[in-house]
Design a protein around this ligand. Structure first.
Ligand code: BGC
Length: 764
C-alpha cells in the first residue's frame, strides 16, 4: 500500500515536471502522435477539480496589466485562475496582458497548464479585412485564405491562439444581423469559403507563431432563426439540416478545424448547447470530430431561460452530457460539474474526453512546449499593421466589390477634368467601413471614400456630408440609433450636387447596424438617406451610388433610377482606396453576390436554390391559384451570383463529354467564355445542377462549381467543369447521403439566372 502511494507520488512529480519543463520545439507530425500519450499522462495526474477547470472559460475580467482584483466577481475568477480552475480566457489581448494571465496559469497553479487564449478575430485583428459577407462576394478562395492568414498572423502576434471564426452559418434572411459574418445563402460556396478560412487561420502548422486555432460556429441552425430575429427559435427538418446547414460545418472538419462553437438557438425544441444529436451523434460520432466544442457566451445558462434546464446544475449536466466541452462564461461547469460527477449524473469518462480534447489542442498549438510563444512584443510590433498585411486586405477589398448597375457606362470615371460632388454621411466616415466585429481595431482607421478619391488628383471634389446617419457615437455593445429628425446639411447637400458633372453618393448602413443582436425589420436605406438620394437625383441624374452595408438592402428605387450602383459593403481598413480604384477603373470589378437581394422584406426568405412548388408559374392570365404575391413579384431585385464588370462576357457552346455519367465515373461540361467588351476583365463562371426527379423534391438549381477567369478584350476561352457522383449527392429519403440515378440538368452562366443548359443521365 505504502509502496503504491510512493510510486504514485513519484509518478505525479515526474509528470508535473514533464508538463512544466517541455522544451521550445514546435510540433511536427511525429510529435503529434506523441500528443496522445502526453495528454493521457497529464490526465492521469489531474484531480477532478483540475479537469473541470480546463473546461471553464472566463472573459478577461480585470485590467490584467493593473493590480489583481481584491473583491467581487473578478476576485473570485482571479482566485479560480490561480487555483487551476480556468482552462481558457477570451478577450485578453496584447502580448503584455496575455503574458500576465498566462504567467499565473503556468507559474502559480499546481500543474502549470497554460491557458488557451480566444478572441473574435472575425475579419482581421487590427488590419481589418472586408466583412466576411463581402469577402464571399469575391468567390476568390485564395484571397480569402490569405485574408484569414493576415488576421491569424496579427492575432497570434498579439498573444492570441484561438479565433472564434469562421462563422459558417448559412442564412437566407437578410434581416438577421449576423449574415455579415458568414458567406451568404449557398452551402456549396459556403463550404468552399469555410475551408479557405480554416486553412488561412490554421496554416500548415498550428504551433507556428503566425497561426491560430479556428472555430466553426454556430453549431447548428443559428442562421435559420425565425423571422431573422437574433437568438430566435429554429425549427427545420432533417433534409434542410443535412442539405443546407451541415455541409459547411462538415467541410471544415475535412479542413482540419480544431474547435466548434455551439449556438444560442433552440433547434427543433432542444437548445443547440444541450443537443446530444448535434454534438455527440453527428459531430463527434458520424463526422469523427476530434477537437473540442465550446459553448456560446453563457449559452449553458440560457438553457434555463429556454425552459430546458431547471437550474444551473441541471444546465451543466445537460450540456456536458450532450457534448459541450467548454463553458464560456456561464460558470456552471466550474461550480457544478464536480458534484455532478460525484453524484453519478455525469460520467467521469465524459469529463476525461472533453479535457483530452482541450489539452490536445493546447499541445498542437505548441502552448505546452512554450506557453509564451505567442507573447513576443517585438514580433507584435513588426507584424501588426504591416505594409504587407495592408496590401493583402486591399487586394481582398477590391475583389469583394460588386458592380450592380452601370447604365450608359457612367463608370469608370475619367481621372481628370470632372467636377465631382461627394455626398453622404458615410463618404468621409473612417470608422463605419471597419464593419461590425472588429474588436481590436483602432477606431477611425479606415480609409474613407473621400480620402480614396482625394488620392486621385485630376478632378475637383466637393464634399457635402448631408444629415448625420447615426445619433451619437455608435459602439459594438450599444444600440445604434439612427437619425430620423435632424435635417442639418440636407439642403446644402442637394445644392452641392447641382451643376456637378457627377455625384458620388455613399449611402447604406452604419457598420454597427449589422452583427450580433442587430436584426432589422426594414431593409431600406436607413434614416434620411432615401429622401436625400431622391432629392439629389432630382437636381442631377449622374449619380453613382456607392453602397456600404452589412446585408442585402431593398434598393428598388435606386435600381430603377440611379444609373450606376457599386456594392461596397464594409471593406475594412483599405475601403476608400479600393472603392476609388474601382470608380476610376484602375480595378475592374468582378464580385458576384453571395446572397439574393430581395425587392421587399415580405419576400424573405428568398433564395435561388429553392424547391419548386406545384404551381410555380401562372397557368393563365389573371388566374389567382399559383404561388405568388398579389402585391410583389416573385423575382428578387438582384439574384444570387449576380455582378457586372466594365467589360461584357458572352457564354456559348455548352457541351458535355458524355450524356451519361456512370456510377463512379466523371463527365466534363465545357463552355466557351468570350470577353466582348472593351476592358480586360474577370468573370466568375458558375455551374449549377438540377436533379429532376428524386426521393425528395430537389432545388431548381444548385451551385456545384465556379471558376474565376480573366480575359483580355476580344479573348475567348473554354472553361471546363468535372461532374461526378459527389456533386449529385444529397440527404435522400433513405436518410443517407447518396446520389440517385436519373436525369440531371446542367446550367452555366454568370449568375444563378444562367444562360445555357443541357442534360445528362446518371446511372448506378
Ligand atoms: C457570439 C459568438 C462569439 C462569442 C464570444 C457570442 O455572443 O455569439 O459568436 O464568439 O460571443 O465573443
Amino acid at each position: 500500500m505504502i509502496l503504491k502511494k510512493l510510486l504514485s507520488a513519484v509518478c505525479l512529480l515526474l509528470c508535473i515536471q514533464f508538463v512544466k519543463s517541455q522544451g521550445n520545439t514546435h510540433s511536427t507530425s511525429a510529435q503529434q502522435e506523441g500528443i496522445v500519450g502526453k495528454v493521457d499522462s497529464l490526465l492521469a495526474i489531474m484531480t477532478l477539480a483540475e479537469k473541470v477547470g480546463q473546461m471553464n472559460q472566463y472573459n478577461g475580467f480585470w485590467d490584467v496589466t493593473g493590480p489583481a482584483p481584491a473583491e467581487g466577481d473578478a476576485a473570485k475568477k482571479y482566485d479560480h485562475l490561480r487555483n487551476g480552475l480556468v482552462g481558457s480566457m477570451l478577450n485578453v489581448r496584447g502580448t503584455e496582458a496575455v503574458r500576465k494571465v498566462q504567467k499565473i496559469a503556468v507559474e502559480e497553479t499546481r500543474l502549470g497548464i497554460p491557458l488557451i487564449i480566444g478572441f473574435d478575430v472575425i475579419h482581421g485583428y487590427k488590419t481589418i479585412s472586408p466583412i466576411p459577407l463581402a469577402e464571399a462576394a469575391s468567390w476568390d478562395l485564395e484571397a480569402i485564405r490569405k485574408s484569414a492568414g493576415v488576421a491569424a498572423a496579427e492575432a497570434a502576434a498579439s498573444g492570441i491562439n484561438w479565433t472564434f471564426a469562421p462563422m459558417v452559418d448559412i442564412s437566407r434572411d437578410a434581416r438577421w444581423g449576423r449574415i455579415m459574418e458568414g458567406a451568404g445563402e449557398d452551402p456549396y460556396l459556403g463550404s468552399k469559403i469555410a475551408i479557405a478560412r480554416v486553412k488561412g487561420f490554421q496554416g500548415d502548422n498550428l504551433a507556428a507563431v503566425n497561426t491560430v486555432a479556428a472555430c466553426s460556429k454556430h453549431f447548428a441552425g443559428y442562421g435559420f432563426s425565425e423571422s431573422g430575429k437574433d437568438y430566435n427559435t429554429v425549427d427545420i427538418g432533417l433534409a434542410r439540416l443535412y442539405n443546407t446547414v451541415f455541409p459547411p460545418f462538415e467541410a471544415t472538419i475535412d479542413a482540419g478545424v480544431k474547435t466548434f462553437m455551439n449556438a444560442f438557438n433552440v433547434l427543433n425544441g432542444v437548445p443547440a448547447t444541450g443537443n446530444a444529436f448535434l454534438q455527440r451523434t453527428v459531430l463527434k460520432g458520424d463526422w469523427g470530430f476530434k477537437g473540442f466544442v465550446v459553448s456560446d457566451w453563457g449559452s449553458i445558462n440560457e438553457m434555463i431561460t429556454h425552459g430546458y434546464a431547471r437550474d444551473g446544475k441541471d444546465a451543466a449536466m445537460l450540456a456536458a452530457n450532450a457534448g459541450s466541452d467548454m463553458d464560456m462564461e456561464s460558470y456552471h461547469y466550474v461550480n457544478q460539474l464536480e458534484a455532478l460527477v460525484k453524484e453519478g449524473k455525469v460520467d467521469e469518462s465524459l469529463i476525461d474526453d472533453a479535457v483530452s480534447r482541450i489539452l490536445t489542442v493546447k499541445y498542437e498549438l505548441g502552448l505546452m512546449d512554450d506557453p509564451y510563444s505567442y507573447c513576443n512584443p517585438e514580433r507584435e510590433k513588426q507584424v501588426v499593421g504591416s505594409k504587407e498585411n495592408n496590401d493583402l486586405v486591399l487586394d481582398m477589398a477590391r475583389k469583394s466589390i460588386v458592380l450592380l448597375k452601370n447604365e450608359g457606362n457612367l463608370l469608370p470615371l475619367s481621372k481628370s477634368g470632372l467636377n465631382i460632388a461627394v455626398i453622404g454621411a458615410l463618404s468621409a466616415d473612417k470608422d463605419s467601413p471597419l464593419g461590425s466585429w472588429r474588436l481590436a481595431a483602432d477606431a477611425n482607421t479606415a480609409i474613407s471614400v473621400l480620402e480614396g478619391l482625394q488620392g486621385y488628383g485630376g478632378n475637383k471634389l466637393h464634399y457635402e456630408k448631408g444629415p448625420d446617419l447615426v445619433v451619437g457615437e455608435p459602439s459594438f455593445i450599444l444600440e445604434t440609433k439612427i437619425n430620423t429628425t435632424d435635417r442639418s446639411g440636407f439642403d446644402e447637400a442637394v445644392a452641392g450636387a447641382k451643376d456637378k458633372d457627377v455625384v458620388v453618393m455613399v449611402l447604406g448602413e452604419h457598420g454597427f447596424q449589422s452583427g450580433e443582436g442587430r436584426s432589422r425589420a426594414s431593409l431600406d436605406l436607413p434614416g434620411m438617406q432615401q429622401e436625400l438620394l431622391e432629392a439629389v437625383y432630382a437636381v442631377n441624374k449622374n449619380v453613382v451610388l456607392v453602397l456600404m452595408n452589412g446585408r442585402p438592402l431593398t434598393i428598388n428605387w435606386a435600381d430603377e433610377h440611379v444609373p450606376a450602383i457599386v456594392e461596397a459593403w464594409q471593406l475594412g481598413t483599405q475601403s476608400g482606396k479600393a472603392i476609388a480604384e474601382v470608380l476610376y477603373g484602375d480595378y475592374n470589378p468582378s464580385g458576384k453576390l453571395p446572397m439574393t437581394f430581395p425587392r421587399s422584406v415580405g419576400q424573405i426568405p428568398i433564395y435561388y436554390n429553392h424547391e419548386n412548388t406545384g404551381r410555380p408559374t401562372i397557368p393563365a392570365p389573371d388566374l389567382v391559384f399559383w404561388s405568388h404575391y398579389m402585391d410583389e413579384s416573385n423575382d428578387p431585385l438582384y439574384e444570387f451570383g449576380y455582378g457586372l464588370s466594365y467589360s461584357r462576357f458572352q457564354y456559348s457552346n455548352l457541351r458535355l463529354s458524355d450524356n451519361t455519367l456512370v456510377d463512379d465515373g466523371q463527365i466534363t461540361a465545357t463552355v466557351t467564355l468570350s470577353n466582348t467588351g472593351a476592358y480586360e476583365g474577370t468573370e466568375i463562371v458558375q455551374l449549377y445542377l438540377r436533379d429532376l426527379v428524386a426521393s425528395r423534391s430537389r432545388p431548381v438549381k444548385e451551385l456545384k462549381g465556379f471558376e474565376k477567369v480573366t480575359l483580355k478584350p476580344g479573348e475567348s476561352r473554354d472553361v471546363a467543369f468535372s461532374i461526378d457522383r459527389s456533386l449529385l449527392q444529397f440527404y435522400s429519403q433513405n436518410n443517407t447521403w447518396e446520389a440517385e440515378p436519373g436525369d440531371f440538368r446542367v446550367f452555366v452562366g454568370g449568375s444563378s439566372k444562367t444562360v445555357l443548359d443541357t442534360g445528362f443521365t446518371y446511372k448506378k
